[in-house]
Ligand binder design. Structure first.
Ligand code: NAD
Ligand code: AHE
Ligand code: ZN
Ligand code: ZN
Length: 368
């Protein structure tokens, strides 16, 4: 079939809208009509050329929601008409990683996914007979996609696509990092570095977890009002204080119990570790840093009890947890509406990236 897609031809070049060819689902695969997709900072990161797994030409996008249109042979858990969220972290429930119960990082299809290919080693997308690569196993900047069954979470049918698509990455990454990865306790002091599409969801997660002080740190002063609405109790603009680490240590009587880095800046990752409490502070890296970047600190910071950790997709097991997070939204336990600041047509997707880079949007959503 033909479908419309925003194609990334090369690093750091605008996407162009094309009618591409899409082969139908093979065994274990599912054809999905994407109804809406968010634009995440990670899409920008890959488009920028900084991602060692960034391959071109490709169809980016990993924050979608849509409807199953066709299933391939052997697919049992989904049928045409089901509403789904594609998962860049699948959940096969059979691999060593899934069975360990220690991680959400299912590895069943990770190797081919990182090469922009389906699990059988081929691409379903092409244009003029030349293959176009998939991205993160999802490629939600295409109106139709083919995805393995294990990379789809079935969700309730009354949930609006143009909101719950954001659960496909940002909402789950932020809230999940607090609830599933860090397991923040009631009364804990939390510091959140970077108050964008991820950090504001960390703030929202910390409030849900019953945190005491929730300190937000951002160089964009316009982020303060929204963060306060989501539960931030104190704001620090690094440009306004001589030393961010000292400012947080003073606010928290010795350091935060938990910190989260939601930017992808290795210097800020160091600040996030060093602002945590001696003896027990835990710092969770969420931000994605460019190829070649490395983190540094004095080992003494770890010797004296701080822990450096990371979280991918909020530690969520997608097929199990994503439908529950959709329920939380529908039951008004979490707020997603106010974080979606812009809705765009596919033709305007480059403007979505420009809004992000200018710091004017929290989340832009493309509605097909
Ligand atoms: P965003 O652009 O919406 O937000 C980034 C925020 O950081 C902005 O508010 C910006 O003003 C702020 N910022 C930038 N430099 C700063 C500095 N030096 N000090 C303080 N604040 C600063 O991005 P996003 O969509 O929220 O994504 C954030 C990061 O998380 C990105 O690196 C993205 O790739 C990553 N990410 C990781 C996962 C995961 O599973 N680990 C999932 C999604 C996104
Ligand atoms: N190819 C990148 C990987 C970047 C990365 O860490 N991605 C996160 C999701 S970001 C979503 O916005 C992730 O899930 N990581 C685990 C994994 O297996 O990729 C790079 O930098 O190499
Ligand atoms: Zn993302
Ligand atoms: Zn698995």
């Amino acid at each position: 079939m033909k479908t419309r897609a925003a194609v990334a031809w090369q690093a750091a070049a605008p996407l162009t809208i094309e009618e591409v060819d899409l082969d139908g689902p093979r065994a274990g695969e599912v054809l999905v009509e994407v109804k809406a997709t968010g634009i995440c900072h990670t899409d920008w990161y890959t488009l920028s050329g900084a991602d060692p797994e960034g391959l071109f030409p490709a169809i980016l996008g990993h924050e979608g929601a849509g409807i199953v249109r066709e299933v391939g042979a052997g697919v049992t858990s989904l049928k045409a008409g089901d509403h789904v969220i594609p998962l860049y972290t699948p959940e096969c429930r059979q691999c060593k990683f899934c069975l360990s119960r220690k991680t959400n990082l299912c590895q069943k299809i990770r190797a081919t996914q990182g090469k922009g290919l389906m699990p059988d080693g081929s691409s379903r997308f092409s244009l003029d007979g030349k293959p176009i690569l998939h991205y993160m196993g999802t490629s939600t900047f295409a109106n139709h996609i083919v995805v393995p069954e294990i990379a789809l979470a079935k969700i309730r049918e009354d949930a609006p696509f143009d909101v719950v698509c954001y659960i496909g990455c940002g909402v789950t990454t932020g809230i999940g990092a607090v609830i599933f990865s860090a397991k923040v306790e009631r009364g804990a002091n939390v510091a959140v570095f970077g108050l964008g599409g991820i950090g504001l969801n960390v703030i929202q997660g910390a409030k849900l977890a019953g945190a005491d002080k929730i300190i937000g740190i951002d160089i964009n002063p316009a982020r303060e009002a929204m963060a306060r609405q989501f539960g931030m109790t104190h704001f620090v603009n690094p440009k306004d204080v001589p030393n961010v680490v000292d400012a947080i240590v003073q606010l928290t009587d010795g350091g935060a119990d938990f910190s989260f880095e939601c930017i992808g800046n290795v210097d800020v990752m160091r600040q996030a570790l060093e602002c945590t409490h001696k003896g027990w502070g835990r710092s969770i890296i969420i931000g994605v840093a460019e190829a070649g970047a490395e983190i540094r600190t004095r080992p003494f910071q770890l010797v004296t009890g701080r822990k450096w950790e990371g979280s991918a997709f909020g530690g969520a097991r997608g097929r199990t947890d994503v439908p529950k997070i959709v329920d939380w939204y529908m039951e008004k336990k979490i707020n997603i509406d106010d974080l979606i600041t812009h809705r765009l047509k596919l033709e305007d997707i480059n403007e979505g990236f420009a809004l992000m880079k200018r710091g004017e949007s929290i989340r832009s959503v493309v509605v097909y």
